[in-house]
Design a protein around this ligand. Structure first.
Ligand SMILES: O=C(O)CCC(=O)C(=O)O
Ligand SMILES: [Fe+2]
Length: 310
């Protein structure tokens, strides 16, 4: 009797593809993205445009940030859910930076946290954001093309902002796995996650098994789709339930780049994706309003369906 093979996320190599790539390279990666998002809503992206020494430097700075006094971190506030400082909640704390692709936003965060300045943090985060937003844009272009709705590309690209979330999960000091983030689906469009050497992300398959994510290269990112992409594509991509389980003494750090619709922008599935076989799943909605509903209604399952399901 052989044991079951370990479940793994699909791995897609973006090292030789770019927005200006030739047709053959582009099409090959695009079809892998399409298959992975339909089946798992998630994949590991190998993307070598963020140098490893920069990753290392960023994780040291993120650690430094979370080592600041709680009162200093708590001065970073936002009226929007998951923006600004959150925590500490058991093992979890996070720092959300909205519009991270705008230099002023990062500078105003630094002014609060390090009034004497922190040029390396600003420079590294800016470079990281430039590269990872490029990856995000490639993936979004690929998915719109593979669904045959590339005519909406400009509108779609212009309708989003980037939120960065720096996350720390304290090591629970035991070998027993403890919840770092409870199971959830992301509520945005796409999330791109970059982690330090401490694993813990688990993604549920459509059949309910848990895949323990162990990035296969130091250049790997994990890309996850959110409920808003599920709604906009009228269910053509899967949105996976995922969670973080941590054990041991070492802290896990994650740098996540969240593609979020601009406040007030109406999410409505293109008419091409609403057919007899695929009837409309959700009424048009504004994601920023949906987030207020999520915040006010505890952790309900299928929040989007409850909020605006047809
Ligand atoms: O830390 C991670 O890898 C996952 C974070 C996550 O799922 C989230 O912030 O929504
Ligand atoms: Fe998540």
């Amino acid at each position: 009797m052989g044991s079951e093979p370990e479940l793994k996320l699909p791995i897609i190599d973006f090292s030789s593809v770019d927005l200006e790539s030739n047709v053959a390279e582009w099409e090959s990666v695009k079809s892998q993205v399409h298959i992975a998002l339909e089946e798992y809503g998630c994949f590991e992206a190998v993307f070598d445009k963020v140098p490893l020494d920069l990753r290392k430097a960023m994780f040291l700075e993120v650690e430094e940030l979370f080592n600041l006094p709680l009162l200093t971190k708590q001065r970073v506030v936002s009226s929007r859910p998951y923006h600004g400082y959150v925590g500490p909640l058991q093992l979890y704390e996070s720092m959300g930076i909205e519009d991270v692709d705008f230099h002023d936003q990062v500078e105003s965060l630094i002014n609060i946290l390090w009034p004497q300045g922190k040029p390396s943090f600003s420079k590294n985060l800016q470079y990281f954001t430039e590269q990872v937003t490029r990856l995000d844009k490639m993936i979004r272009k690929m998915i719109l093309e593979s669904l045959g709705v590339e005519k909406y590309l400009d509108e779609h690209m212009n309708s989003t902002n980037y939120l960065a979330r720096l996350i720390k999960y304290e090591g629970p000091q035991t070998n027993e796995a403890k919840v770092g983030i409870a199971e959830h689906t992301d509520k945005n469009i796409f999330t791109t996650l970059c982690q330090n050497q401490v694993d813990g992300l688990e993604v549920q398959t459509k059949r309910g098994e848990w895949i323990k994510c162990k990035p296969s290269t130091p250049n790997s990112f994990v890309v996850v789709t959110g409920d808003t992409l599920y709604a906009w594509t009228n269910g053509r991509v899967h949105t996976p339930v995922h969670r973080v389980m941590v054990s041991g003494n070492e802290a896990r750090f994650t740098i996540g780049l969240f593609t979020v619709p601009k406040p007030g922008f109406i999410i409505k599935a293109p008419e091409e994706l609403v057919t007899e076989d695929h009837p409309l799943l959700f009424k048009p909605f504004v994601q920023s309003e949906f987030m207020k509903f999520v915040r006010s209604s505890e952790a309900i399952k299928n929040a989007l369906k409850v909020y605006c399901g047809v």
